[in-house]
Design a protein around this ligand. Structure first.
Ligand code: PHE
Length: 460
């Protein structure tokens, strides 16, 4: 690793560190908080299958495209797009993709820090035994009380944001890599401990069946949309994160196998999180289709009824916090690398400024749960829901689709084949069909069906 701080000269220490870093970005609230509850609401097994199809047919090709562009450009996403558009004789306007990513990163991180803050708070709450033997009503009330207190939410959001900024300010090797070297192995250990616990909870068979039994009647057209949106969000696609991380990938790493490993790790961890959670919920006769409250109400309630529940409950929320921090640091990278490069600025300073803006934006999310809970925007959504909807359902799919389109159809001939090490022309064509046609069309379908109801709502 060089000591220079310029973006183009930085490299991950090895291919494995990139795999861990990208998996760290991918594995986050999306896997442990969101995936189990949307699988719960959409019927379990059949939804899991649809989700796997989306990961394979859309997620993997888009991730390959992003990492490939990143490594080819070796700059921040905005500069990479500028450089590659120029090299391919295309309009400089393609750099707008980089800007969309910066915007999406800001928006997502602003609320991500608030929800990660809840996880941090629940480490203490669970560990202190606050939920031991508590009634459903008491556990629900304590979550409601917490959400009703802006000061408490801000305190945890601030703490999480400070830690994130401190880590990213230290740079790729000393910040990102150091955090990843610690948090990822701990995350795996915690997950294994929780799986063993849930295996012995008495509800494992039921939880397992719920995750893998195909109940097609619970699947609606909406389930496809949700699965596709989740595939984007969970793999950190469509906003340049993987492009920014790809800029630091060593030249000799094979992109295809690397990306498949990352996607496999992410999927494995989402499924493992479901297998750790559902048995505990079933063992206590609770309802799995609880929506977002599954993690912060149902689970504490379930842990509260079980032997050593306080310890394992605290470990669960620690797992969630670790997963969130390694994703949060990746959300800043597109903007951070751009500012460092553009203004030759110090990473630390840029990190602090970005952090402050993001924190301030996050206050909107904090207030959405209390003082602004009645304030709604387009479609009757609160500030938090609007930011979440706009970033996840519009910016990410649009970004992902355009990035892949650019990578497959507009780069100079041979560049992709060379980056991917593809020599066989048939393989090259197969790749073009999957990544250049199937993936963008799939995303387009989902994208249109997401924004259509919104647009038609605006006309009326
Ligand atoms: N992949 C992360 C998760 O599942 C969220 C994320 C999205 C991170 C986009 C970076 C970029 O929680």
């Amino acid at each position: 690793m060089t000591t220079s701080t310029s973006v183009s000269s930085q490299r991950w220490s090895s291919r494995w560190l990139f795999v861990l870093a990208a998996a760290g970005s991918a594995v986050g609230l999306g896997n442990i908080w969101k995936f189990p509850y949307i699988a719960g609401e959409n019927g379990g097994g059949a939804f899991v299958l649809i989700y796997l199809v989306c990961i394979a047919a859309v997620g993997i090709p888009i991730m390959v495209s992003e990492v490939l562009l990143g490594r080819q450009g070796r700059s921040s996403p905005i500069h990479t797009m500028r450089k590659l558009a120029k090299a391919s004789g295309r309009s400089q306007r393609w750099s707008v993709l980089g800007w969309m990513g910066v915007l999406a990163g800001f928006l997502i991180l602003s609320y991500y820090a608030v929800i990660a803050g809840w996880a941090v708070n629940y480490v203490w709450l669970s560990g202190s035994g606050a939920f031991e033997g508590a009634s459903a009503q008491a556990v629900g009330q304590s979550f409601d009380d917490f959400l009703a207190s802006p000061f408490e939410l801000i305190a945890y959001q601030t703490a999480f944001m400070i830690l994130t900024i401190w880590i990213v300010g230290r740079g790729v090797t000393q910040g990102l890599e150091a955090a990843i070297r610690w948090f990822m192995p701990l995350l795996f250990l915690l997950l294994i401990a929780l799986l063993v616990y849930s295996f012995n909870s008495g509800g494992f068979d039921q939880g397992f069946a719920f995750m893998f039994d195909m109940k097609w009647d619970a699947v609606t057209a909406d389930s496809w949309l949700i699965a596709m949106g989740q595939a984007f969000f969970t793999l950190s696609l469509g906003m340049g994160t993987m492009m920014a991380y790809g800029a630091y990938v060593p030249d000799d790493a094979n992109l295809g196998t690397t990306v498949v490993t990352i996607a496999a790790l992410d999927t494995l961890i989402a499924v493992a999180a479901g297998l750790a959670i559902f048995p505990i919920v079933f063992a206590n006769g609770l309802e799995v289709a609880q929506g977002p409250g599954l993690t912060f109400v149902t689970l504490p309630l379930a842990f509260g009824q079980m032997p050593f529940g306080s310890i394992f409950g605290a470990l669960f929320f620690l797992l969630l916090s670790f997963a969130a921090i390694t994703s949060a640091i990746s959300l800043t990278e597109p903007a951070l690398s751009f500012l460092v490069e553009e203004y030759n600025a110090k990473r630390q300073r840029v990190a602090i400024s970005l952090g402050v803006i993001c924190w301030a934006l996050g206050l909107g999310t904090v207030f959405s749960f209390n003082v602004w809970s009645d304030v709604t925007f387009v479609g009757g959504l609160t500030f938090f829901d609007s930011v979440d909807y706009f970033s996840q359902n519009i910016l990410l799919p649009l970004g992902g689709m355009l990035i892949t389109f650019f990578a497959i159809w507009l780069l100079p001939r041979g560049m992709v084949e060379q980056q991917l090490g593809i020599e066989n022309p048939i393989l090259g064509w197969a790749w073009k069909v999957v990544a250049g046609i199937v993936a963008p069309l799939g995303v387009l379908a989902v994208f249109l069906s997401t924004i259509w109801p919104m647009l038609s709502g605006l006309w009326q």
